[in-house]
Design a protein around this ligand. Sequence first.
Ligand code: HEC
Ligand code: HEC
Length: 344
Amino acid sequence: MIRLFPDANWTRPMRALLALAVIGALGIGMAGILPAFAQEDGEADQSNTTTGMSPATEADDDEENDEGDEDEDEDEDEDEEDQSSNPLTGLEAYYQKLDSEPAYASSLEAAVAKLVQNRDIAIPYDYIATLMRIPNAFGEGAACVVCHSSSDPEHSYRGLDLTTCEGIKTGSTEPPARPLFEPGNAAESLLQRRLRDNRMPYGVAFDAPTDTSHIRAIETWIDDGANNDEFFQQEVLPLFEDPRAFGGLLACTECHLSNQEPPSFHELDLTSYEGIMLGADSVAKAEEGLPPVPIVVPGDAAASRLYQRLTENRMPAGIEPSENRDHPNIQIMMQWIDQGASCD
Ligand code: HEC
Ligand code: HEC
């Protein structure tokens, strides 16, 4: 846990308390985060649509399995004794196997990847319509159509109507009116971001306002060209080290402190101008011969991940950050878009 708070000046008890609060808030805890981040956007997602799982996710799953295996080994020692005296019946053996497989949920992902994605099985609109209507479709939370059921912004957030195929393809009708995706390109879509990307700082409340002076300072700095000027040094950089700057409990730099992972999530360094402009995953991408993932597009805050992460809530509203960001239904929804988002 101490890794999370490397530079904090708080007293120890305070740290421990916060650590507990964070663990509580993140539900199943930081372990749930690990499989998530190698999968982040761009190239990773593209390979994702073909393989379903990135190597990093598999590696993380292996890690989980390894942990599980240790327990299993212990169990097995006992079981061997048990079995010699009293062999397990089929059903008991089955349940024991289930218990000893903590990565059970990821085998559902693997099944979808293998059977649906790899063969590019056509996703019928009927399935998408169902996803919009049922709760917990993409992880625990209300059904999308509860809040997005009409193109009238008076009755539906963002004037977004997810009850019809036409409505899904039209997107938001309230200014800024915009489509959620271009058919054929799920990876670059606003919809994918909204289903996968947690708002930062990690665990910030859904209803924390996005129109604050601090978020506007970041927006202005990027729109003005993202220069290493006085405004950046005095008004922008200090925000990333301030635990209260964006409505969460932790400063950004508690988790994004260098370009090494661990300890820094996404190899993202928000402690300096150079770190911010270098972008995310610089080491991992370099190993693949690729440039880092930029988080700032000078002159265009709306297109910058840094700004998007501060203003875009993950859907459905209120979903826990620990919910699987690579839920099979997210993959299927993206496959439908990549296939052209047919209404048949
Ligand atoms: C409890 C209400 C609620 C539920 C349920 C909900 N949303 Fe939202 N959604 C909102 C609110 C409020 C906003 C606007 C605030 C924001 O941008 O975060 C929003 C914004 C969005 C946006 C951004 C549109 C734009 O133009 O920026 C998308 C896309 C979206 N929701 C999709 C979904 C999907 C898909 C689901 C189902 C998985 C869903 N929402 C479930 C309340 C909800
Ligand atoms: C408790 C740890 C934690 C804190 C605090 C935190 N982040 Fe993150 N950040 C993560 C994790 C984990 C991910 C990747 C998984 C996800 O999206 O949930 C991430 C992803 C990101 C990304 C996306 C990188 C990419 O490659 O697309 C950006 C940008 C980002 N964070 C910025 C911030 C900013 C700005 C703050 C402060 C407002 C912040 N983070 C606070 C843990 C944290």
